[in-house]
Design a protein around this ligand. Structure first.
Ligand SMILES: [Zn+2]
Length: 166
Protein backbone atom coordinates (compact mmCIF):
# COMPACT_ATOMS: atom_id res chain seq x y z
CA UNK A 1 0.00 0.00 0.00
CA UNK A 2 1.50 3.30 -1.04
CA UNK A 3 -0.19 5.66 1.41
CA UNK A 4 -1.27 5.29 5.01
CA UNK A 5 -5.00 5.93 4.81
CA UNK A 6 -5.59 5.81 8.55
CA UNK A 7 -6.00 9.07 10.40
CA UNK A 8 -3.59 10.02 13.16
CA UNK A 9 -4.72 8.77 16.54
CA UNK A 10 -7.06 6.10 15.25
CA UNK A 11 -7.22 3.09 17.54
CA UNK A 12 -5.43 -0.04 16.42
CA UNK A 13 -7.77 -2.43 14.71
CA UNK A 14 -7.62 -5.69 12.82
CA UNK A 15 -9.37 -7.26 9.87
CA UNK A 16 -10.07 -10.96 10.18
CA UNK A 17 -11.17 -13.05 7.22
CA UNK A 18 -12.53 -16.40 8.44
CA UNK A 19 -13.32 -19.61 6.62
CA UNK A 20 -15.88 -21.92 8.27
CA UNK A 21 -17.71 -25.09 7.16
CA UNK A 22 -21.26 -24.35 5.98
CA UNK A 23 -22.62 -26.92 8.47
CA UNK A 24 -22.17 -25.40 11.97
CA UNK A 25 -21.42 -28.80 13.56
CA UNK A 26 -19.06 -30.25 10.96
CA UNK A 27 -15.34 -30.63 11.71
CA UNK A 28 -12.48 -31.69 9.41
CA UNK A 29 -9.69 -34.03 10.47
CA UNK A 30 -6.14 -32.67 10.88
CA UNK A 31 -5.02 -33.72 7.42
CA UNK A 32 -7.91 -32.03 5.61
CA UNK A 33 -7.50 -28.90 7.75
CA UNK A 34 -3.79 -28.83 6.91
CA UNK A 35 -4.57 -28.96 3.20
CA UNK A 36 -6.98 -26.02 3.51
CA UNK A 37 -4.54 -23.96 5.59
CA UNK A 38 -1.76 -24.51 3.04
CA UNK A 39 -4.08 -23.10 0.38
CA UNK A 40 -5.00 -20.11 2.57
CA UNK A 41 -1.30 -19.34 3.09
CA UNK A 42 -0.92 -19.31 -0.68
CA UNK A 43 -3.95 -17.02 -1.21
CA UNK A 44 -3.39 -14.46 1.57
CA UNK A 45 -0.43 -12.16 0.90
CA UNK A 46 -0.67 -10.68 4.42
CA UNK A 47 0.52 -13.91 6.03
CA UNK A 48 3.61 -14.23 3.81
CA UNK A 49 7.04 -13.42 5.26
CA UNK A 50 7.22 -9.77 6.24
CA UNK A 51 3.42 -9.30 6.38
CA UNK A 52 1.59 -8.52 9.63
CA UNK A 53 -0.95 -11.28 9.04
CA UNK A 54 -1.39 -14.50 10.96
CA UNK A 55 -3.49 -17.65 10.68
CA UNK A 56 -5.35 -19.16 13.64
CA UNK A 57 -6.85 -22.63 13.20
CA UNK A 58 -9.38 -23.66 15.85
CA UNK A 59 -11.49 -26.72 16.57
CA UNK A 60 -14.25 -25.66 18.98
CA UNK A 61 -15.87 -28.14 21.39
CA UNK A 62 -19.19 -26.34 21.04
CA UNK A 63 -20.83 -24.49 18.17
CA UNK A 64 -19.30 -21.02 18.33
CA UNK A 65 -20.37 -17.75 16.75
CA UNK A 66 -18.08 -16.29 14.09
CA UNK A 67 -19.33 -12.73 13.92
CA UNK A 68 -18.25 -9.84 11.74
CA UNK A 69 -17.64 -7.34 14.55
CA UNK A 70 -17.97 -3.72 13.52
CA UNK A 71 -18.92 -4.76 9.98
CA UNK A 72 -22.42 -5.78 11.15
CA UNK A 73 -24.91 -3.31 9.67
CA UNK A 74 -28.22 -5.15 9.80
CA UNK A 75 -29.82 -8.44 10.79
CA UNK A 76 -32.91 -9.39 8.81
CA UNK A 77 -35.58 -11.85 9.91
CA UNK A 78 -35.93 -14.72 7.39
CA UNK A 79 -39.63 -15.04 8.31
CA UNK A 80 -41.08 -11.52 8.31
CA UNK A 81 -38.14 -9.68 6.69
CA UNK A 82 -38.09 -7.04 9.44
CA UNK A 83 -34.81 -5.76 10.83
CA UNK A 84 -33.89 -7.40 14.12
CA UNK A 85 -32.60 -5.14 16.87
CA UNK A 86 -28.82 -5.50 16.87
CA UNK A 87 -28.91 -4.94 20.65
CA UNK A 88 -30.80 -8.25 20.93
CA UNK A 89 -27.96 -9.86 18.99
CA UNK A 90 -25.31 -8.17 21.13
CA UNK A 91 -26.97 -9.42 24.33
CA UNK A 92 -27.14 -12.90 22.86
CA UNK A 93 -23.43 -12.91 22.04
CA UNK A 94 -22.59 -11.71 25.51
CA UNK A 95 -24.72 -14.43 27.10
CA UNK A 96 -22.97 -17.08 25.03
CA UNK A 97 -19.42 -15.76 25.07
CA UNK A 98 -18.48 -18.80 27.14
CA UNK A 99 -19.83 -22.26 26.47
CA UNK A 100 -20.89 -21.66 22.88
CA UNK A 101 -24.32 -22.31 21.37
CA UNK A 102 -25.61 -25.79 22.23
CA UNK A 103 -28.90 -24.86 20.57
CA UNK A 104 -29.23 -22.61 17.51
CA UNK A 105 -33.02 -22.61 17.35
CA UNK A 106 -34.46 -19.30 18.47
CA UNK A 107 -37.63 -17.27 18.76
CA UNK A 108 -37.00 -13.97 16.99
CA UNK A 109 -38.05 -10.75 18.72
CA UNK A 110 -39.61 -9.11 15.61
CA UNK A 111 -42.47 -11.51 14.82
CA UNK A 112 -42.06 -14.16 17.52
CA UNK A 113 -41.45 -16.82 14.87
CA UNK A 114 -39.23 -19.87 15.31
CA UNK A 115 -36.08 -20.19 13.23
CA UNK A 116 -32.39 -20.79 13.83
CA UNK A 117 -29.64 -18.29 14.49
CA UNK A 118 -27.76 -19.68 11.52
CA UNK A 119 -30.58 -18.69 9.15
CA UNK A 120 -30.88 -15.03 10.15
CA UNK A 121 -29.98 -12.66 7.35
CA UNK A 122 -26.74 -11.08 8.58
CA UNK A 123 -25.31 -8.13 6.67
CA UNK A 124 -22.33 -8.47 6.65
CA UNK A 125 -22.36 -12.25 7.01
CA UNK A 126 -21.95 -13.96 10.39
CA UNK A 127 -21.86 -17.69 11.01
CA UNK A 128 -21.66 -20.53 13.49
CA UNK A 129 -19.03 -23.23 13.45
CA UNK A 130 -17.02 -25.83 15.31
CA UNK A 131 -14.03 -25.21 13.06
CA UNK A 132 -12.50 -21.94 11.91
CA UNK A 133 -9.53 -20.80 9.88
CA UNK A 134 -9.10 -17.16 10.93
CA UNK A 135 -6.76 -15.05 8.81
CA UNK A 136 -5.73 -11.96 10.74
CA UNK A 137 -4.86 -9.03 8.46
CA UNK A 138 -4.97 -11.16 5.33
CA UNK A 139 -3.77 -8.41 3.00
CA UNK A 140 -6.68 -9.05 0.66
CA UNK A 141 -10.47 -8.84 0.45
CA UNK A 142 -13.14 -11.56 0.06
CA UNK A 143 -12.23 -14.89 -1.53
CA UNK A 144 -13.79 -15.44 -4.94
CA UNK A 145 -16.35 -18.19 -5.55
CA UNK A 146 -13.64 -20.14 -7.39
CA UNK A 147 -11.23 -19.85 -4.47
CA UNK A 148 -13.95 -20.97 -2.04
CA UNK A 149 -14.71 -23.95 -4.26
CA UNK A 150 -11.07 -25.06 -4.19
CA UNK A 151 -10.94 -24.54 -0.43
CA UNK A 152 -14.10 -26.64 0.02
CA UNK A 153 -12.46 -29.36 -2.05
CA UNK A 154 -9.33 -29.31 0.14
CA UNK A 155 -11.38 -29.31 3.35
CA UNK A 156 -13.91 -31.89 2.20
CA UNK A 157 -16.96 -29.74 2.97
CA UNK A 158 -18.60 -26.58 1.56
CA UNK A 159 -17.28 -23.40 3.18
CA UNK A 160 -18.47 -19.87 3.97
CA UNK A 161 -16.42 -16.75 4.65
CA UNK A 162 -16.86 -14.05 7.31
CA UNK A 163 -15.06 -10.70 7.20
CA UNK A 164 -14.71 -9.13 10.63
CA UNK A 165 -13.43 -5.73 11.67
CA UNK A 166 -12.44 -5.62 15.32
ZN1 LIG B 1 -39.54 -11.69 12.13
Amino acid sequence: MAKDIHGVGEAMSDDVLSIIPSDPRWQPDRVAAGRAVALVEHLAPGVADGGDGEIDVTWYDEVTVVDCGANLERIGCPLCRAAIDTEWWGDLLEAHCEGGFAVLSVEVPCCGGSTTLNLLDYDWPCGFARFEIAIWNPGRSWFSEDELAVMADRLGHPVRQIMAHI
